[in-house]
Design a protein around this ligand. Sequence first.
Ligand SMILES: NC(=O)c1ccc[n+]([C@@H]2O[C@H](COP(=O)([O-])OP(=O)(O)OC[C@H]3O[C@@H](n4cnc5c(N)ncnc54)[C@H](OP(=O)(O)O)[C@@H]3O)[C@@H](O)[C@H]2O)c1
Length: 260
Amino acid sequence: MSAATDDGPPRGSVPDYLALTFPAPPTDRPYVLVNMVASLDGRTVIEGNERGLGSAADQRLMRELRFHADMVLGGASTLRASGLSSRLSDPALEAARAAAGRPALPISATISHSGDLPLDRAFFTARDFEAVVFLSDAAPAERAEAIAATGRPVVRLPAGHEIPELLQRAHADGVRMLLVEGGATINGAFFEHDAIDELFLTLGGMLVGGDSPRTILQGTHPARAADVAPFDLVSAIPNLELNEVYLRYRRRRVPADTRD
Ligand SMILES: NC(=O)c1ccc[n+]([C@@H]2O[C@H](COP(=O)([O-])OP(=O)(O)OC[C@H]3O[C@@H](n4cnc5c(N)ncnc54)[C@H](OP(=O)(O)O)[C@@H]3O)[C@@H](O)[C@H]2O)c1
């Protein structure tokens, strides 16, 4: 996938995310990957959605990460802004999953407090992938009923404990690998529960600017530098033709028996 040149590194390197291996999942929740694309100044939204930030190669990497996932989760605002699916858009990838005894596609999922969801989107109307709605108990019953009427299962979660409960329910249903595809709010909610194991970030060669930037993570901010969560760089692959860098980071975790 790379074009070597005489005077430098390969200019068109794209990683092979199909070949990735991952540590065993924790015993009580899925292993959680977050995948995002950002501009050089860390923006994740242009004109209301992420379109235009990543190349076709970045899109392919997104699907290669989906290949490993049992469930692909996006926040309700991303569903409203861009739609959500768990499609791989490659019959060979679907066949490889099926040959390994897995469903051809991961389950697509969203999470919402309000239940105010666009019920005419493919997430609800398509039947080529399974989808589930995780809905806070804070949402009105009539919205839950309207969602369930689309045929998509609704899993109610206790208000204020949605993320731990989602992780627990998904784990109980056999989800070992959960891929979170943003946006920033949902990433922040997982971060708040220290439930991000790996971060895949594509950096594109553009500046976006703006006064209220949407970065890859919104939400609580640790008061002390000592509380910042460390992530170790696993790989960084530049693509000089596409002006992108493909980054993979893993959460550094201190084994329980070596903590103070
Ligand atoms: N660059 C990228 O890689 C990328 C990736 C994904 C999305 N995006 C962009 O990011 C933007 C959306 O990001 P965002 O941060 O505004 O929204 P988001 O994370 O997609 O969704 C936030 C919504 O999820 C629900 N939610 C969040 N935390 C929850 C919790 N703990 N319990 C229950 N529900 C919860 C709420 O839904 P309700 O409002 O329904 O209650 C909340 O408003 C869009 O413009 C999208 O295009 C960019």
